[in-house]
Design a protein around this ligand. Sequence first.
Ligand code: DQA
Length: 163
Amino acid sequence: MSDQREIPHVLVLHGPNLNLLGLREPAVYGTQTLADVDTALEALAEELGIEVACRQSNQEGELIDWVHEALERFDGVLMNPGGYTHTSVALRDAIASIAKPCVEVHLSNVHKREAFRHTSLTAGVCVGVVMGFGVDSYLLGLRALVSHLHKLAPVASGASTAT
Ligand code: DQA
């Protein structure tokens, strides 16, 4: 990783309808809220010695703008694109454009569900995908992304300007 950065900064993006976690189809997505997910990610970030910034949007364009922001301000992206996983060429192009490592996560195992969820347009431009473990998918995905970042830059690194 680059220049005088000391701590990896990871941008966590939650896509559409994930603001309703806890209420939304609890049999599929569990009863924990998005705030619970972010709290767990922040605790893991502290344990791993990194910084995370967690954001959620129901707007495709806003998610794309945030991916672009990672170009300057973050070292990697952890993303649950929600339904855009299966539909968004534009989000895929955004991830490919920034050349920063992205890990895709899903609460559910999409391959056990409807056929239209079996295709991910975004996975092909991500380092890897973790799915099917509920909130643990996010935590496993963050560990994998941080491990990947450390392999890219064995000496600690990070984007000092991120908030
Ligand atoms: C999801 C799976 C998607 O198919 C769905 O549209 C979501 C949530 C998951 O986390 O399991 O919104 O990304």
